[in-house]
Design a protein around this ligand. Structure first.
Ligand SMILES: [Ca+2]
Ligand SMILES: [Ca+2]
Length: 127
């Protein structure tokens, strides 16, 4: 799946009208960049991973957030294995959560709650 394929999904309205955030990087270690797309604030916040090796228009769902919160995405090597992982931050009006996922196994690698306990609902940016 390349950028043009994601663009085609956007044109078809697959992600609704809430807007999307995109991060790119090789998250399964095959040397080819993959694309992570999160749906912005709106009806169905979720994070989809489009790996280049699967060549499918159906992204792997990594996280579905609470209604209306929106999700932000980035890539970083969270476990130090030399392969980028997917990082997701929960947006405004929900608890500030950050989670990390393996792009190879799709399993959650890490999860933490910055600003816990102070009622902060301003959203978490990840980069
Ligand atoms: Ca890859
Ligand atoms: Ca890693």
């Amino acid at each position: 799946m390349g950028v043009s394929a994601v663009h085609a999904l956007l044109r078809r309205g697959v992600f609704g009208s809430a807007g999307v955030r995109v991060a790119a990087g090789d998250v399964n270690g095959d040397g080819v960049s993959d694309i992570v797309v999160s749906v912005g604030q709106g009806a169905s916040p979720r994070v989809l991973l489009y790996r280049a090796d699967t060549r499918t228009s159906e992204g792997q769902i990594l996280w579905t957030g609470p209604l209306g919160s929106g999700l932000r995405v980035a890539v970083a090597d969270l476990d130090g294995d030399g392969v980028l992982d997917v990082v997701v931050g929960q947006g405004k009006y929900a608890q500030p959560l950050v989670r990390g996922y393996s792009g190879s196994t799709f399993l959650e690698l890490a999860g933490w709650q910055p600003f816990a306990g102070n009622g902060f609902l301003g959203g978490v940016l990840v980069s």
